[in-house]
Design a protein around this ligand. Structure first.
Ligand SMILES: Nc1ncnc2c1ncn2[C@@H]1O[C@H](COP(=O)(O)OP(=O)(O)O)[C@@H](O)[C@H]1O
Ligand SMILES: [Mg+2]
Length: 161
């Protein structure tokens, strides 16, 4: 696990941009944390860093899914699918969200992954929480063993917590 303290929104966006350098096509990021913790902000930092033509990254709270064209650091073009499952109440609703398709063809970011009935295997977890001082936030990164090799250079991301 690697952990950071982010004193403000700008620091959260910068962490997202740094993490974006490490991401590969097919990666699944689970963005965990309470309402207002900063999950969407972290996703905004990640997605802004991967778009060739900048466009606003909005919270998918009501649409549940937003997609963006991206260029990954390995030179591959593709899409990022950003989900917000907060409003999902029944497992049947998940079927309409094409998650299986997303996992085949996109970089996938999921806010409120606890709404899923089964977690995608090999997912990378980012847990966002309010810090003790009541102002900043903490982010903990959990990379599954199968991806440690991919991420070994990225562990050079300086941990500040
Ligand atoms: N590191 C941070 N320190 C202080 N405020 C932050 C930080 N990161 C995000 N915020 C702010 O927290 C609020 C909620 O962020 P948001 O990303 O929408 O949360 P979530 O998606 O988890 O509900 C926003 O006003 C955002 O600017
Ligand atoms: Mg959000």
């Amino acid at each position: 696990m690697t952990e950071w303290h982010l004193p403000d929104r700008e620091a959260m966006l910068a962490l997202g941009a740094a993490l974006a350098q490490c991401l590969k096509h097919g990666d699944v990021l689970l963005l965990e944390g309470d309402l207002g913790a900063g999950k969407t902000t972290l996703a905004q930092g990640i997605l802004a860093a991967l778009m060739e033509t900048p466009e606003p990254v909005t919270s998918p709270t009501f649409t549940m899914l937003q997609t963006y064209p991206i260029l990954l650091k390995d030179g591959r073009r593709g899409e990022a699918w950003h989900y917000d499952l907060y409003r999902v109440k029944h497992a049947a609703e998940l079927e309409e969200l094409a998650l299986e398709d997303a996992l085949q063809q996109a970089l996938v970011l999921i806010e409120w992954p606890d709404r899923l009935t089964a977690l995608p295997p090999g997912a990378i977890r980012l847990s966002v929480s309010f810090s003790q001082d009541g102002r900043g936030r903490n982010v903990a990164l959990h990379v599954p063993p199968a991806k440690h090799h991919d991420w070994k250079d990225c562990y050079g991301l300086t941990s500040s917590a």
